[in-house]
Design a protein around this ligand. Structure first.
Ligand code: SF4
Ligand code: SF4
Length: 357
């Protein structure tokens, strides 16, 4: 099987945008003086009584096990692809597990790249399941068709792993536009495999969640409105069922930022995000209840800050590696925010768990 390819990574193309500081500089250079709070995220928070953004209870332990992916989607915020070789090694995975044991996190959220391509993926899942954690595999669907992973749907089902699958749209044209020609057909085939092993049929041990982000420079539509439409569309056209739909805003970083700039949409999209700031989303921002670990073991407030190389700020001034995880320091940190954060607070809000308000 050949995997669909929409582009190469920014890194391979030697794009300036491969550098996180260049992305931040580009976002900061936009003139948002006519927009609320002049496009300053801290000012928007202060106006709502948040002098600083502080953590809440740590619930989700998110591990990004690498940038390697079988696809190279045009809008990828990780700049992942087959040409990226960075993956988490076993030693770092064991350090994650030791840190996990110091927290009260109930969920381990495994992401990438395509996390299933990390050779230690099954070890990590088994270790988390043995600890009684709810495990999420963020799956791009097409990876399940690789011959080496043909047993994976059953394997995940046996362990009760929730599969959160990215699918831009339930119609072919929109999905292939974002992820590459042929993606839709492969995604439907993978969904059928998951249905065959019991996923997507209201079994709490076989939860199949679909995750959609807009194909274009607009905000995600409310997930409650879309879910029934998607359920009907996939059932009628393909006989596919799933349990729930979550919708995410595209974050103005990495390859989506590149697309915004190249298509002339960057200024308008940032204005849209800033103008749509929704105070009701702030308390539930995922950076408040999540720890995000990068493939090389560094710690971040969220996956987006990870991609922008914005490491955590702890009271002791250290930017620790996961092997030095200190729960108290973690809970006393101030969350690092910049302009991209407006992507999380716009409209119904956006997070790895879907909308927030
Ligand atoms: S969006 Fe997901 S599937 Fe696409 S390249 Fe990025 S990590 Fe891979
Ligand atoms: S990008 Fe979103 S989740 Fe991350 S720090 Fe900003 S507001 Fe929080």
């Amino acid at each position: 099987m050949t995997s669909p390819k929409a582009t190469l990574s920014l890194l391979t193309r030697h794009s300036e945008l491969a550098e996180p500081h260049y992305q931040l500089k580009l976002l900061d250079s936009l003139d948002l003086t006519r927009n609320p709070h002049q496009g300053n995220f801290s000012a928007a928070l202060v106006a709502q009584g948040w002098q600083v953004l502080v953590p809440a209870k740590l619930e989700i332990f998110q591990i990004n096990v690498g940038k390697l992916c079988n696809m190279a989607c045009r809008h990828c915020h990780v700049d992942a692809g087959p040409d990226r070789k960075e993956i988490m090694d076993r030693e770092t995975i064991d350090a994650c597990l030791q840190a996990l044991d110091q927290t009260e996190a109930h969920t381990v959220d495994i992401t990438g790249g395509a996390p299933e391509l990390n050779p230690h993926f099954r070890y990590l899942v088994d270790q988390c399941v043995a600890r009684g954690k709810h495990v999420i595999d963020r799956c791009n669907l097409t990876v399940l068709l690789l011959p080496t992973l043909s047993d994976l749907p059953e394997w995940l089902a046996e362990r009760g792993v929730e599969v959160v699958c990215s699918l831009p749209h339930y119609r072919q044209r929109n999905t292939d536009a974002q992820r590459g020609a042929g993606t839709y057909e492969q995604s439907i085939a993978a969904l059928k495999r998951l249905n065959q092993v019991g996923y997507g049929q209201a079994d709490p041990e076989r939860v199949l969640t679909l995750m959609s982000n807009p194909v274009g420079a607009f905000l995600a539509t409310s997930q409650s409105k879309l879910e029934q439409e998607w359920k009907n569309g996939l059932l009628q056209n393909h006989g596919v069922t799933f349990d729930r739909l979550i919708t995410l805003n595209n974050m103005p970083i990495s390859r989506y930022l590149e697309w915004l700039e190249a298509s002339g949409n960057l200024q308008a999209y940032m204005e849209r995000l800033v103008n749509a700031f929704n105070p009701a989303t702030v308390a539930g921002l995922m950076c408040r209840n999540t720890i995000s670990v990068s493939w090389d073991g560094r710690l971040f407030d969220c996956d987006f800050n990870q991609m922008l190389d914005l490491e955590v700020q702890q009271p002791n001034g250290q930017q620790p590696h996961i092997r030095d995880f200190d729960r108290q320091q973690w809970l006393q940190r101030q969350i690092v925010t910049r302009r991209h954060c407006f992507g999380c607070t716009a409209g119904s809000g956006s997070s790895c768990g879907g909308s927030l308000a």
